[in-house]
Design a protein around this ligand. Structure first.
Ligand code: AP5
Length: 222
């Protein structure tokens, strides 16, 4: 079983790495951002409420997010492990997660923290494109699709997220990373779970860094 939390500012590459690792290791990729965008696409009441909040660069209320995660962790595909991508982002979310995991006798193995400077993030997010069908992630320069505007994997059209405009990226970084993430980082740092990753490196270098961290966990457990 491998239970991980990926933390980092917007655009640091959490989703890119989580997708790869979960596919390779057969564990569940749980992205609260993807879950919220699915609600927006379905036009649910929650989606309508969340859309406005996300487009301002603010955090969606804890009660909504905690309820989504509580439900998601009850699905059988999480039994072999999971990567939580974008959760928890507040101390209340971290404490609620502990209570949920405690009730099923599980603990977090490691919290890789993806570190990247703001200007690199703005560049990454202004070039990010995502597919309509399954939110597969591309970049116009760093990871372009074979055919412009079309997902290599499922053929659906690529689009630019509403919250990837430069002003919203800067707001997300300030409000969600600089102002809100500190207590959550301290919470996991205090337990010795945080491993800092230089996520400003190339995709291949970050792949290698993360793989080394995960393999180290297996060796430590053996
Ligand atoms: P969410 O979707 O989680 O956004 P985020 O955390 O801001 O993260 P991103 O998805 O923007 O970036 P990422 O780190 O996954 O980067 P990616 O791999 O795509 O959340 C959206 C919103 O939902 C939030 O703003 C909030 O409102 C709400 N929300 C979500 N969770 C919440 C919670 N728990 N509580 C409250 N509200 C919540 O990579 C970015 C780009 O860079 C891509 O184009 C990629 O191809 C490229 N790239 C990746 N790695 C590299 C590399 N090494 N070199 C070059 N390019 C790279």
């Amino acid at each position: 079983m491998l239970d991980l939390i990926f933390m980092g500012p917007p655009g640091a590459g959490k989703g890119t790495q989580a997708s790869r690792i979960c596919a390779e290791r057969g564990i569940a990729h749980i992205s609260t951002g993807d879950m919220l965008r699915a609600q927006v696409a379905d036009g649910t009441e929650l989606g309508l409420q969340a859309k406005e909040i996300m487009n301002r660069g603010d955090l969606v209320p804890d009660a909504i997010i905690i309820g989504m995660i509580r439900d998601r962790l009850s699905h059988p595909d999480t039994e072999a492990g999971f990567v939580l991508d974008g959760f928890p982002r507040t101390l209340a979310q971290a404490q609620a997660l502990d209570e949920m995991l405690g009730s099923i006798d599980r603990t977090i193995d490691c919290v890789p923290v993806f570190e990247v400077d703001l200007e690199v993030l703005v560049d990454r997010l202004s070039g990010r494109r995502v597919c309509h069908e399954a939110q597969h992630v591309y970049h116009v320069r760093f990871n372009p699709p074979a055919t412009e505007g079309v997902c290599d994997i499922d053929g659906s059209e690529l689009y630019q997220r509403d919250d990837d405009s430069e002003d919203v990226v800067r707001a997300r970084y300030q409000k969600q990373w600089v102002e809100a993430a500190g207590p959550v980082l301290d919470y996991y740092d205090g337990r010795g779970l945080v491993v800092r990753i230089d996520a400003s490196l190339s995709r291949e270098q970050v792949d290698a860094e993360i793989d080394q961290v995960i393999e180290g966990l297996g060796e430590a457990a053996a």
